[in-house]
Design a protein around this ligand. Sequence first.
Ligand code: CMP
Length: 143
Amino acid sequence: MEKTFLMVKPDGVQRNLVGEIVSRFEKKGYQLVGAKLMTVSRELAEKHYAEHKERPFFGELVDFITSGPVFAMVWQGNNVIANARSMMGKTNPADAASGTIRGDFATSVGMNIIHGSDSPESAEREIALWFSNDEVLAYDKTI
Ligand code: CMP
């Protein structure tokens, strides 16, 4: 079953949006198989955002993601990587449609509430970076 890594960023946690965001993915029909509220070390942040290392905003991005707790999650289900990206909306909330998480709750590209893996390769890399094997559960949905 396809899995993706999603993270409510420090702005989402501070604004009490964890429940709202979890609820949207639950209602869509996806299954939460890993979750933790955690503070992020600079080392983890720099590894996670390694592809942006040369961007002018890299330092700001690492400062922000390490500034307060994040809620890291692994979700599972049909086409979850692409569908989660649709549910999140465009990276820049100015371009994100209403009804998406960023369209509904964010106004700035830096503080855009949520991160989600953008491809199967990213999902595999990010899940392995943020979660140990025993933190990702396998359980049947019985109802
Ligand atoms: P995310 O999906 O977590 O992946 C990279 C992040 O970089 C992105 O969301 C934005 O929050 C952030 N980002 C992109 N462009 C800028 C920018 N111009 N200034 C600050 N942060 C940015």
